[in-house]
Design a protein around this ligand. Structure first.
Ligand code: MN
Length: 244
């Protein structure tokens, strides 16, 4: 997912068109977009580290906002600044923490979770999830598609069915999946769930971890992929996580 960057042209296009071109098309267009070499998440971490080390706080604030979009969590950013306080200087850490508070706010749930090797995608909150979720479609065919779905801690979806079934490939974190009539199954990165056609099931994160899976979902004969039902019992979900 290449970043479409226009900050150079927007701010300096009239004054320094060559610099603007290099910023937008080469730095962001060609270097940042090499996600097969280094993820956007990791590129954001090292960029923020370099900017903090030099005390370039206006640029650090911009890149902290980008880091948040690229899935760097508030906890990770706090750890980055704490670590660098020894290498870059104590006063710089004080200034950087002020920016962490400004960018991430007080609420840890505002930060995007880890999301495995694929992009986090866009918010996919809605009436079928108990909390925040994100979706990045990875590929579509006429008969269905594959999407990277990330659930924040404590977020799970309604009981639902897929007319032609669904395969879930867990890529990060851990969580749960339950098919009707069976106990819930704990999921970790590397686990595979095969859900038969029209089987009632639900899936989501654990209370102490986000979970990301790739969902491969064929379309039914009427073109629909999912039929949403009621939410699982909240107490049963809480108990699953307590006993875990
Ligand atoms: Mn499903």
């Amino acid at each position: 997912m290449a970043i479409k960057q226009t900050a150079g042209r927007d701010n300096l296009g009239d004054l320094a068109p060559v610099f603007a071109h290099l910023n937008d098309d080469v730095l962001f267009g060609e270097v940042w977009s090499r996600e097969d070499s280094l993820s956007l998440h990791d590129r954001s971490m090292i960029t923020c580290a370099a900017l903090m080390a030099q005390g370039l706080f206006p640029q650090l604030e911009s890149h902290m906002n980008l880091a948040k979009k690229n899935g760097v969590t508030r906890d990770e950013m706090v750890e980055l600044v704490t670590h660098l306080s020894f290498y870059a200087g104590w006063p710089k850490a004080w200034s950087a923490f002020g920016l962490v508070r400004k960018v991430y706010g007080e609420d840890a749930t505002e930060s995007a979770p880890l999301h495995g090797p694929f992009p986090l995608g866009d918010p996919a909150d809605g009436p079928n999830f108990t909390g925040h979720a994100w979706l990045q479609m990875l590929g579509n065919l006429p008969a269905g598609g594959a999407g990277n779905v990330t659930f924040e801690r404590g977020c799970y979806n309604r009981w639902h069915t897929h007319p032609k079934g669904q395969i879930l490939l867990v890529t990060a974190g851990h969580g749960w999946e339950q098919q009707e009539g069976r106990p819930a199954r704990e999921l970790h990165a590397g686990d595979v769930v095969v859900c038969p056609p029209n089987m009632r099931h639900w899936h989501g994160a654990a209370t102490d971890s986000t979970m990301t899976h790739i969902a491969i979902t064929p379309l039914g004969d009427d073109g629909s992929a999912v039929d949403w039902l009621e939410f699982p019992d909240a107490d049963a979900y809480a108990k699953l996580n307590e006993n875990n």
